[in-house]
Ligand binder design. Sequence first.
Ligand SMILES: *[C@@H]1O[C@H](CO)[C@@H](O)[C@H](O)[C@H]1NC(C)=O
Length: 223
Amino acid sequence: MKGAGFLLAFNLLVLASSFVSAYDPSPLQDFCVAIDDTKNGVFVNGKFCKDPKLATANDFFFSGLNIPKNTSNYVGSAVTPVNVDQIPGLNTLGISLVRIDYAPNGGLNPPHTHPRGTEILVVLEGELYVGFVTSNPNNRLISKILYPGDVFVFPIGLIHFQQNVGKTKAVAFAGLSSQNPGVITIANAVFGSNLPINPDVLARAFQLSNKVVKYLQSRFRSF
Ligand SMILES: *[C@@H]1O[C@H](CO)[C@@H](O)[C@H](O)[C@H]1NC(C)=O
């Protein structure tokens, strides 16, 4: 009886773990090209996988990362993501890539976090002031100025940023330890949430007047 109870609990645990997948799983096969259409799908591992026999080179391919993105926006930067949405063959492999373009004189990739990935960034062009802040209670800023060829790491989950402090445009590429690292841009999430957070909450949290909070909310809701 005791053994049966344990077996039941174990089975429930296995069942539960098949629904909850907080991290990119370790692949149990060479690859699992993500596919939406279940007709050619053979099994499930987070997403439906394409029948491996039908996988082609294009499932593992992306082109155009040499093309700069337009940075004429309010922060002066643009990110080109290359994750499982662009390369279905990245499914289950725990890795992805971005290109980041920065406008001259202050172009900013604003404070944000990747809830599911550590980032390793290399500067190809320009001069970047980069940094991240450690978790509570110390909230220590770890920052540096980077030049072409320099590499910097932003640990998983920590708030980080990069700003172009040079007079020319800047370009960086970064690898991330997830097929879908996710992005939370702090200002947009906090002041631009849909629906808006009650201004009293933000006024206290950020030590601002309700008027300033409402102004910030109007700014970020419009983006
Ligand atoms: C970049 O975007 C801005 C604003 O949307 C636009 O005015 C400009 O023509 C674009 N530049 C290029 C090179 O596409």
